[in-house]
Design a protein. Sequence first.
Length: 444
Amino acid sequence: MPSRFHATITGACRGAKFWLKKALVPLCLLEDASPEVRAGADSDGLAFVDLRIEHGRISAVVPGGTAPCCSPGINLERGQVWPCPVDLHTHLDKGHIWPRRENPDGTFAGALDAVARDRDANWTADDVTARMEFGLRCAYAHGTRAVRTHLDSAGRQAEISWPVFDRMRERWKGRIDLQAVCLVTPETYLTDEGDRIAELVARHGGVLGCVTYMVPRLDEALDRLFALADKHGLDVDFHVDETGDAESVSLHRIAEAALRNRFERRILCGHCCSLATQEPEQAASTLDLVAKAGIAVVTLPMCNLYLQDRVPGRTPRWRGVTLLHEMRARNIPVAVASDNCRDPFYGYGDHDMVEVYREATRILHLDRPVGDWPRAVTATPAGIMGLDGAGRIGVGQVADLVVFRARGYSELLSRPQSDRVVLRAGQLLDAEVPDYRELDELFT
């Protein structure tokens, strides 16, 4: 049932022109904010503004309380307005298989084995389609604007999942912008299979990727991957050092390879967990190289907290996440994303970037001060995906917005915000998260 807040906004935002009055917006997400708006921001960087919406776009951002009192709109009473978030790292092809393939012990190795078994037994085009669709419906209802998903691409699965993704991208066009990354081992690029994968990814307009650990001939495989990406004009995206082993330093090797190959397209590295277990001097050396190579990093706090340092009968000793603050200090672009959802790698989640940001704030201490950390789920991932205008609020931008009743960050991050209101192109989004029972036929 719609909340009273939802019903109130519905009544106020019916027309093509209206105001969202007396709202709080993170100043770091406002483009070209006026000196008056900047001066009115509070100690947490929340600016007090009135937003004018006309024909689906933001036409004015003025100091709060200065909009014409007689103009149509709603007084948000200092409720927050954010741009729709962007989820930079997911696994839609794995999502929601937990009911038929749980992780037996909660470990990373257990997850790998469980997913492999389920993939071999069940991942037909129909199965992958149903679960992808379910995940996207969840993300859309929660307000997500864009999603990048990794697709298991070894062997026959590539020819199943990539055409499914193509159909999903077309089906969801105008609602969620979709990108896909191939997920294979580095050794793939030491064989003719690497050429085939690169050609497949290019044909489907994807991103070239792999999962890196300290495997033999890693440098040779990276050089080959970068050469193929350059040949086909592809960005690259790696799973990197998803382990607590301090000897796993493939992030360092990726940065060296990017510089050695003079690669100029976008590079994203996800996870990078082992940095947090290395000696400070070693980690700092790697981060300096990452900054020099122009690499961006995405951390997946909920999944990594769940999987890393899991030993039966022992309390985990570390959080599993990477050195985000140290990266940010070097101006390395950093983002936060959801990763796995209800599969053996992470048995929970709902494709909800508000939940991701809330938990990231707790796990990674993205507060005191809050600063520009809200960009990690909005403007920064949008930039990494090459989405012009997404993840920001400013005059001329499409009014893809999430409106919260919550005021300060304590209110915003203390509750799930299940009464949030999503506007897409200035229109109220009429979408609900799907019922899990819709997937039951996949598990019988």
